[in-house]
Design a protein around this ligand. Sequence first.
Ligand SMILES: *Cc1c(COP(=O)(O)O)cnc(C)c1O
Length: 447
Amino acid sequence: MNLRNLPSVEQLLQASDGLISVYGRTLVLDAIRQTLEKIRVDVRAGAGVPSNEQILTRAQSRLIGWTKPTLEPVINATGVILHTNLGRAPLSKSTIQAMEAASSGYTNLEFDLVTGKRGSRLIHAESLLQKLTGAESAVVVNNCASAVLLVLSALAKGKKVVIPRSQLVEIGGGFRVPDVMKQSGAKLLEIGTTNKVRLSDFEEAIEQTGSLPLIMRAHRSNFKIIGFTEEPELAEIAKVAHSHNGILLDDLGSGTLIDTSKYGMEYEPTVQDSLAAGADVVMFSGDKLLGGPQAGIIIGKKALLDKIKKHPLARAVRADKTRLAGLGATLLHYLKDEAEREIPIWQMISQTREQIWARAEAWVTELGAGAVVAAESTVGGGSLPGESIPTFVLALNPKSPDKFLAKLRQNTPPVIARAENGQVLLDPRTVLPEQDATLLAALKTIL
Ligand SMILES: *Cc1c(COP(=O)(O)O)cnc(C)c1O
């Protein structure tokens, strides 16, 4: 037992000026105490007494572990463009600048610069959304899930809402449309069957709903119903709703302002389509195919939006200044017809096979390993289910793909790739061009 030979906490602390200047005294003290405690246990079990320097090095490892951010940037080489687990859409340069400007000082968030009086935060994205979509009014909230909750709470509480059984979907992370509807106090009036719903189903149901009937459409974001199916067009449903003085709510989920079929993909319903078809309130996400920061966007008829804006939940799910600034900058790209050039997800979607092939080839040349093979990228993030974009990937053949993937994840920054048929595949489509050098350095080290 040479526990007596161990230095005291005070002695170690006096030799820790460097650590204290980085981590602060409280944390360093804690790290030294815990390190000494562990060493005492080890020494009692027969280990030697480490030097003071060794003890401080061990304390430093603890400090590094404790202060490392849990949320860190990663390189997405999966080829899934809107990867929900990887934080969905990377933002455009001017979006990031706008968010930085809004968060590094004060803003006129709720301050009218003309009158010098209190203003409304709701105006900041509203005029852009009106211009882009032609909607009478708009509100931005925390995310699309809260948009749905707010809209139903404001308009459907205690009322029957007509919805086809084929749309009682789970969006992901346990978010189920029927549960959210119930949460808001709406009563579901389910119509049709899993695969078929007819206009007559809507007509019969709407007669039972009482005054101000409501019909809801929830976009099937992440699955398809194929085969023996039937569903009326949104415009036809809108007609039924309006002929009964009713309201049509449309939860688009992703929503897009750009026609995805331009890029050889299936057509994802656009926000403009929904409004043109006669939807009275349309809800969509800020960070899916819009390619902006997390947000929920509600647009539609002014009278309905006024009600929504006044509901107490609107305050609980409101957007902060950073998000409003970022969303405004992203929307501006669409208004200026430069979305494809400036918004990262549209840059990724619109990259040609030739461009991707050239990048994958350059990776192989630089590494002196692997091969370029044809594969598929996907859009992900609750849009375009089952749709993929032809791509080229770098394919590597490590002995154990699982171990190789684990090593990639341990890199700084972590690299996320996928294994398929015993190979590790890295898709250039989702790797930002400025990350190429970092990615290749990581691969070289591991190979
Ligand atoms: C993704 C999605 C939502 C939720 O959107 P978040 O912005 O992730 O909250 C709601 N409805 C549909 C149909 C969706 O696809």
